[in-house]
Design a protein around this ligand. Sequence first.
Ligand SMILES: C[S@@+](CC[C@H](N)C(=O)[O-])C[C@H]1O[C@@H](n2cnc3c(N)ncnc32)[C@H](O)[C@@H]1O
Length: 235
Amino acid sequence: MAMKLKKVVPLGRSFDEYRLMFNLSKQDLCKRIIGVGDGPASFNAEMYAMGKPVVSIDPIYMFSAKDIQRKFDKVVDNIIEQVRNTPGDWTWTYHMSPDDLRDHRKEALDNFTSDFEQGKEDGRYLRGELPSLEFQDGTFDIALCSHFLFLYSDHYDYNFHKAAVYEMLRVSEEARIFPLLDLMLNRSPHIDPLIEELERDGFVVKIKKVPYEIQRGGNQMMWVFKKPAHRKLLI
Ligand SMILES: C[S@@+](CC[C@H](N)C(=O)[O-])C[C@H]1O[C@@H](n2cnc3c(N)ncnc32)[C@H](O)[C@@H]1O
């Protein structure tokens, strides 16, 4: 058994984790990026501090930083306990132990909360949710989704996943999704039918090995982009 969660939990990752999970190059980091389901990740805050603003979307942004912190506090001990009780399910190369993992999640949360209210005013944190994003076609170059799609495959069905990924590809030239495993460490059952549909519709889909792993065996990212003919001509 890996992890049982009744609903999606607000735990966030750092810039460094995003960089590794999504194979983000220096050039990628200068592009127009949207993080979908970014929750209390500190990717946005850290990118902003580097002078590279990104947009994060999450339904949880309807709450205040304090409320999000309370939600984190409510679930974090149970999650770390579940991790501690299933030692064979985790890879301790990036985070060194369950306690180290907890510290990293708290650090990301603190970076997020200290940036959140200002970022909301700047329009960098927007309340929104898949499968419908309030942006025009092609607003972004890269759409990222970490630890929401595929991970919660038991909570969201195939049609939700399909609509969500196509929506990411409507607002962005490409989409990157990590991990491909669900909470029970199984490869999401939605992946293969989705790849088939995307390829049939002319998208290029690549499954890339990445230098980040915490769920044992969870070191792959889905990278989907439009074939050149799909891309709009830049005049
Ligand atoms: C496990 S957290 C991951 C946060 C962040 N992406 C990371 O990896 O650090 C999952 C996030 O998905 C968000 N979420 C839930 N339903 C969503 C939806 N329909 N569309 C977008 N995000 C959603 C939750 O609010 C939560 O913040």
